[in-house]
Design a protein around this ligand. Structure first.
Ligand code: ZN
Length: 414
């Protein structure tokens, strides 16, 4: 069995250092780990017995309960875009801000971005970590930043043409929206993009191909979450075989979502992250709820940084229908293999007349024979996922796009 490549022997000392620091400095962890003598944590096994940190713990610490340094050392806060309940506030020291931009600059470098590039930033600014992270990393690298933020597609495209943006930073749904708009307006010849850095949500192969083809760019997946700095803690390379992550800053584990036990590299589970250097709000074994796997072996690009796979969805997105666990990536996989089906879809789960009904809405390419495509999607879902669904083909552009994360599964049963 291959080992977790994040588990480098010298890291154990870093972890012990982290535990030592939080014992003295973090009221949050003093309370959370009360009754555990962290000095006793000497081996990986000891470490893996420590309780997980949950998002709910972070919410409970609102507003500044996570802070592990004196007030004068905090230079900024960010907040997670919590759609439900109390937000989470993450305080950053000057060093945290620098570390984050260092990681982000590495991401750009991994994607082949250089100082001569013009980086068009569409993710939002403000409490959210996205926009400012993309900007700080590009500045650290020495590229020219065009800090548009989200929205106003007319202005986006005008600036993109006038300033000859070469790198687009966006969510996948916004990149798709821009790609479609460029196509519709027939301005492809005036667009100078060569790379797209796409963050923050799960997206499928078909969507990737459409964005890449319509924009004429090479795409890179960037990973991150506000609780752990923000985007920029890992990125895919030109070989598109997972995302390289900066293991000198972060320690990754993948666990079984239900049992909390480690799963071997290659196997899907929930990503758990420990910050090795973070000062303002260090986190130990933080459950991200992101579904992925550790990618075993060496990457063809030769980078020594270990990889996780593209995020396959969120554990919160997993739903049980007729006893079968469903997550968005599976639907995406099915659509990928069906001629005439496009990448955009939405799943509705309803309880009708005493039974669960799963309806899959998906867009079809122009000229596709809808009944035929529907029959194929129904058959493939049965074969691949073991579930009978109701397929509903719609035209291109009929399902909603958004600048933020696009929800894929709507569970209307409860
Ligand atoms: Zn690589």
């Amino acid at each position: 069995m291959s080992e977790n490549q994040f588990k480098r022997p010298e890291l154990l000392e870093s972890l012990r250092g982290l535990l030592g620091r939080i014992t003295t400095r973090s009221p949050f962890y003093r309370k959370k780990f009360a009754g555990i003598d962290l000095a006793d944590v000497r081996t990986w096994e000891d470490f893996e017995r420590l309780p997980f940190t949950e998002k709910a713990d972070l919410r409970e610490a609102y507003p500044l309960g996570l802070q592990a340094v004196p007030d004068e050392d905090i230079v900024r806060i960010h907040s997670s875009s919590g759609t439900t309940g109390t937000p989470v506030i993450i305080p950053y020291t000057r060093q945290d801000v620098e570390d984050w931009s260092e990681m982000f600059a590495r991401c750009y470098a991994m994607a082949g971005v250089t100082r001569t590039d013009r980086v068009h930033v569409t993710p939002g600014y403000g409490l959210w970590t996205a926009g400012i992270g993309f900007q700080a990393g590009a500045e650290r690298l020495g590229a020219m930043v065009i800090p548009l933020g989200p929205g106003n597609t007319d202005r986006q495209l005008q600036m993109m043409m006038d300033l000859k943006s070469t790198v687009l930073c966006a969510t996948s749904s916004y990149a798709l929206l821009l790609a479609e708009e460029i196509e519709r307006r027939g301005i492809r010849g005036k667009i100078h993009l060569r790379k797209g850095i796409i963050g923050s949500e799960r997206w499928g192969e078909k969507m990737r191909r459409r964005i890449a083809n319509e924009l004429g760019v090479q795409l890179y997946d960037i990973y991150g979450l506000t609780e752990i700095y923000g985007p920029g803690i890992g990125i895919s390379c030109e070989h598109e075989s997972g995302m390289h992550c900066w293991d000198d800053f972060l320690y990754f584990e993948v666990i079984d979502h239900h049992t909390g036990e480690q799963v071997p590299p290659g196997q899907m589970g929930e990503l758990v992250i420990t910050t090795l250097r973070k000062e303002g709000a260090p986190l130990v074994r933080y459950r991200t709820h992101d579904l992925t796997r550790l990618v075993p072996g060496e990457c063809a690009c030769g980078s020594p940084y270990p990889r996780i796979d593209t995020i396959m969805g969120r554990t919160d997105d997993m739903v049980k229908v007729k006893g079968v666990i469903i997550y968005p990536a599976q639907v995406d996989e099915v659509l990928k293999g069906v001629e005439g089906a496009s990448s955009e879809f939405q799943v509705m789960i309803d309880h009708l007349e005493g039974r669960d009904v799963m309806t899959v809405f998906f867009e079809t390419t122009e000229g596709a024979h809808r009944e035929g495509v529907e029959a194929m999607v129904r058959q493939r879902c049965k074969e691949r996922m073991g579930i009978t669904i109701v397929p509903k083909a719609v035209g291109i552009g009929e399902l909603p796009r958004s600048e933020k994360k696009t929800p894929r599964i709507f569970d209307n049963r409860y």
